[in-house]
Design a protein around this ligand. Sequence first.
Ligand code: SAM
Length: 283
Amino acid sequence: MLAPQSVQSDTALSRDDMALVAKLVYEHAGIVIREHKEAMARGRLARRVKVLGLNSIAEYCAYLRTAAASDEIPELINAVTTNHTAFFRERHHFDHLRKDVLPRLIQERAGRRGRIRIWSAACSSGEEPYSAAAISRDVIGHRSDLDFKILATDIDTDILDRAAAGQYPAEQFDRLPADLRPLLRLEGQNSRGEARIAEDLKRLIAFKRLNLIERWPMKGPFDVIFCRNVFIYFDTPTKAAILDRYVALLQPGGFLYLGHSESLPQPHPQLRLIGRTIYERTP
Ligand SMILES: C[S@@+](CC[C@H](N)C(=O)[O-])C[C@H]1O[C@@H](n2cnc3c(N)ncnc32)[C@H](O)[C@@H]1O
């Protein structure tokens, strides 16, 4: 247990300490901290130093070297993850879901409570799965002859709590295109000026912690996997291993969405590029 202290924190980070942090973050999350991101990592570690009441990053790293630090690893990962996201980010994926995916799935599966499954595989604070839920509710409506669910996972437990709460600063919604904003069916603002996503949409989503480089408990199959803006943090072998597991969980004819600056680590025999960062699983 670490005793809180109130001495000013020292944010210097030695080569050895940086190497230790980079090693732990790579081993436990697959995230590569590249050299130009070291300053950012330092800032984030400094926040953790403050929370623990330590004096310096050096002291924090000394703690990370002890056996007692295993409980701190999830907190370290939470501290270094980049959680930037937005509602309907990279809109073309949501347009594809609306126009090309859901109508076909409804036609195939309605009438016998057929399953439709979407996975948001690095969901951050929830904007991505709530956007998928909003589009899906709009297209599917409340029909009871379909079993529709979204799985939303992330490694970062703090951000998942925020996602599950589904409360966001109201001004975040003001910037949305006029045709999309009403789909989130926001419920009134609280005293902190936050609007809440409608319960009806929240019920469509299960938020769970899942580390993409560890074992996955789900069996699938999924019709759509969102894996956006997380591959950028991984190296090629990590991406390739995850990609194989996505393909195994994707329904033939299902879709994988990557982020705008991402591509497959190498061509995959069962994935065909059919649109901007949209890959279809071939039979
Ligand atoms: C930049 S956000 C992307 C959010 C959303 N997909 C989007 O595109 O807007 C990246 C997310 O990946 C998560 N992440 C990083 N490494 C992960 C891992 N090994 N397993 C699961 N999630 C991870 C981070 O916690 C973070 O929330």
